[in-house]
Ligand binder design. Structure first.
Ligand SMILES: Cc1cc2nc3c(=O)[nH]c(=O)nc-3n(C[C@H](O)[C@H](O)[C@H](O)COP(=O)(O)OP(=O)(O)OC[C@H]3O[C@@H](n4cnc5c(N)ncnc54)[C@H](O)[C@@H]3O)c2cc1C
Ligand SMILES: *[C@@H]1O[C@H](CO)[C@@H](O)[C@H](O)[C@H]1NC(C)=O
Ligand SMILES: *[C@@H]1O[C@H](CO)[C@@H](O)[C@H](O)[C@H]1NC(C)=O
Ligand SMILES: *[C@@H]1O[C@H](CO)[C@@H](O)[C@H](O)[C@H]1NC(C)=O
Ligand SMILES: *[C@@H]1O[C@H](CO)[C@@H](O)[C@H](O)[C@H]1NC(C)=O
Ligand SMILES: *[C@@H]1O[C@H](CO)[C@@H](O)[C@H](O)[C@H]1NC(C)=O
Ligand SMILES: *[C@@H]1O[C@H](CO)[C@@H](O)[C@H](O)[C@H]1NC(C)=O
Ligand SMILES: *[C@@H]1O[C@H](CO)[C@@H](O)[C@H](O)[C@H]1NC(C)=O
Length: 568
């Protein structure tokens, strides 16, 4: 970053006048990430529709850290990771760096590749919160459209439900290896401790422990990204253009009057530091949770007070920009086994989802939990109503997922992460400068809700109890984390805030909600107060789905393509 020329707003405007201006394209998509390339693919199915994608990173071709799922994590901290700094947490612990993909495919190129859709009820509540067209039937149909499911071989001992998957999509989903006995024992211990075994969570009934797919080609076990699935095989399309190493800084307006700002295009900086403008009929921001809100803010769309304090002229006063963001903290629990297992990485993944009521039936004070279930100040009323309804319906809330970690010559470690399906604490992302290339400020605000601390502590203690239950308990030689001193619920309550790691599931920083509720985009994903600016990425998600977000992001892109096509 430091080698790039940093231009002030004024200087950038002058430079852009002097530099080359591209011909107008129909859709300009900022960000060739998970959502951006999926949307670009669907729009360019019509050869009359032209799309230009601006991507800040390169193409990632030949990078084994992307293609090999055995190397998940290797890409973090390398040059295909944005490495956003976070603000210190309220407890004073700095979490350092937030990973996000800076390469074609975006975060789908560096993530854990877990493909899970969430609970059906999540999406009916998106619709009920004021977003017609985003009910379960709409979102699940769009999600099925993105998926090409490869069932596991019959002798792999993996349960699945064929009708709960899509088969005509571009993202291959599959399981890596036959189920090893130890993981079958994990399921047995969950059941023995009073939990349940679900045959598949992909149909949106998400209670119980089940096998989960990854976005992966079964033929050679390589990762599928939005670039490998939605772009590279289609790059021959003349109407599908991608400009690499092109970092968008702000929207250029044609007119800003009458509460209906019209975008002319987008200003961006190339690899040499030169500034350009790309013109378009429609501007679509797909820069991700940390990428899209800063572009709006630098363009004058956001909290007027905040923007004025930075010397930015307000174009649309939209205080929800950058707010309402939730990121799921997770508590890692590591168990050393009595043996080194000959597991190919990544081994099959198990995911365990339970309602809080189910979890609390064993331990924890449900009345206390009830009393802690209060709306945080910065949470929109309709979003809290989503949470409350799901709580009352006993929808899955506690999320655990487990995977074996093999290190050469070491006993296998089983990681079992405890997290909340739907945390109440919410944070923000805002610019701190008019510098188009500066990092934004990321505030997680974890543990602002006491509910989150208490519920996470009970979930973590429950995992402790499940792993102490046969037959899985027989495999464990030692618990590595939390330390042996963490035993009682009070111990876990003290341990949770200081041991949490990022779940890497941030959503909701340019949220789809009615404008009066702090919404940034309407149900057509158009930014309020603008004529032709849209957001299509994880930023629009109103409330954390009870699953991993990438499948939801692909569904959002597929749904957005349907909406754009139906209007043309
Ligand atoms: C480490 C990690 C692990 C994860 N594990 C999982 C998992 O196992 N399962 C799961 O479902 N989800 C997982 N996620 C989350 C999931 O990957 C994301 O929710 C999803 O990919 C987000 O998609 P997106 O389109 O919103 O953003 P991204 O995919 O991040 O795309 C944004 C794109 O925009 C580009 N961009 C940003 N700003 C600009 C700009 N100004 N100009 C030009 N281009 C720009 C970026 O370079 C990037 O390519 C993980 C995420 C991370 C980071
Ligand atoms: C892959 O990851 C490793 C470990 O982080 C890093 O050293 C290496 O440079 C990366 N490779 C590429 C091509 O970026
Ligand atoms: C499953 O069957 C195939 C084909 O007969 C065989 O090669 C493979 O080893 C079997 N796998 C397991 C886990 O039994
Ligand atoms: C894996 O298979 C896909 C599809 O056949 C192919 O495009 C890709 O190059 C292969 N990758 C590797 C690393 O073999
Ligand atoms: C807008 O920004 C100001 C200044 O940072 C802040 O005090 C105020 O709470 C913000 N408004 C909203 C609705 O977030
Ligand atoms: C875990 O087990 C301990 C000891 O039996 C018990 O006190 C506690 O309530 C259990 N907690 C949960 C969440 O199941
Ligand atoms: C935010 O901006 C202020 C004022 O310019 C500066 O002091 C501060 O260091 C910035 N914070 C970050 C995290 O960049
Ligand atoms: C480890 O424990 C499992 C489960 O009890 C058992 O089947 C296995 O034989 C043990 N392995 C070793 C090396 O002790």
């Amino acid at each position: 970053m430091s080698t790039l020329i940093r231009t002030s707003g004024l200087l950038a405007a002058l430079v852009s006048c002097a530099s080359s201006v591209r011909a107008t394209t129909d859709y300009l998509i900022v960000g060739g990430g998970t959502a951006g390339l999926a949307l670009a693919n669907r729009l360019t199915e019509d050869p009359r529709t032209s799309v230009l994608v601006l991507e800040a990173g390169g193409d990632g071709l030949g990078n084994v850290n992307i293609s090999s799922l055995a190397l998940v994590g290797a890409a973090w901290g390398t040059d295909i990771d944005w490495k956003f700094p976070t603000e210190p947490l309220p407890n004073g612990v700095s979490r350092g760096v937030v990973s996000r993909g800076k390469v074609l495919g975006g975060s789908s190129a560096i993530n854990g590749a877990v493909f899970s859709r969430g609970d059906r009820r999540d999406f009916d509540l998106w619709a009920a919160a004021g977003n017609p067209g985003w009910a379960t039937s709409d979102v699940f149909a769009a999600s099925f459209k993105s998926e090409h499911f490869y069932p596991p071989p019959a002798n792999w001992s993996i349960d699945y439900v064929g009708r709960d998957h899509g088969y005509d999509g571009l993202i291959p989903t599959s399981y890596g290896n036959p189920a090893p006995p130890i993981q079958q024992d994990m399921i047995a211990s969950v059941v023995n401790y009073g939990g349940s075994h679900s045959k598949d969570l992909a149909g949106g009934h998400v209670d119980g422990m089940a096998w989960i797919t990854h976005s992966r080609l079964p033929s050679n076990q390589t990762r599928a990204t939005s670039a490998t699935a939605y772009y590279f095989p289609f790059s021959y399309r003349k109407n599908f253009k991608v400009s690499l190493y092109s970092q968008a800084t702000r929207i250029i307006w044609k007119s800003t009057g009458d509460g209906n700002a019209v975008a002319a295009g987008v200003e961006y900086v190339d690899k040499s530091g030169a500034t350009h403008v790309a013109k378009a009929s429609k501007v679509i921001l797909s820069g991700g949770v940390w990428g899209s809100p800063p572009i709006l803010e630098r363009s004058g769309v956001g909290n007027k007070t905040l923007l004025n304090s930075l010397g930015i002229k307000s174009v649309v006063d939209l205080p929800g920009v950058g707010e309402h963001m939730t990121e799921r903290p997770i508590i890692p629990m590591y168990f050393a086994l009595n043996t080194s297992l000959p597991l190919a990485a990544p081994s099959p993944l198990l995911m365990n989802l339970e309602s809080l009521q189910e979890t609390f039936a064993e331990g924890g004070d449900i009345a206390k939990l009830e009393s802690l279930f209060v709306k945080p100040d910065n949470m929109a009323e309709p979003v809290f109503n989503i949470h409350k309804t799901l709580y009352n319906e006993r929808a899955a809330w506690f999320e655990g997922y487990t995977l074996p970690i093999n290190q050469a010559g070491q006993p296998t470690i089983i990681a079992w992460y405890a997290g909340l399906g739907r945390p109440l604490s919410s944070g923000s992302v805002h610019i701190n400068s008019t510098d188009g290339l500066a990092y934004p400020l990321i505030q997680y605000n974890w543990w602002n809700s006491e509910f989150d601390v208490y519920a996470t502590a009970v979930a973590a203690q429950r995992i402790q109890n499940i792993t102490s239950t046969p037959p899985f308990s027989d495999w464990i030689s030692a618990r590595i984390a939390p330390p042996a001193s963490v035993v009682t619920l009070d111990d876990f309550i003290a341990y949770v805030p200081v041991s949490a790691e990022q779940g890497n599931h941030p959503v909701g920083s340019a949220v789809m909600l009615p404008r009066k509720d702090g919404g940034v985009v309407d149900p057509n994903l158009k930014v309020y107060g603008t004529a032709n600016v849209y957001v299509v990425d994880a930023s629009i998600i109103p409330a954390e789905p009870s699953g991993h977000p990438q499948a939801v992001v692909y569904a959002i892109a597929e749904r957005a393509a349907e909406l754009f096509k139906s209007r043309n």
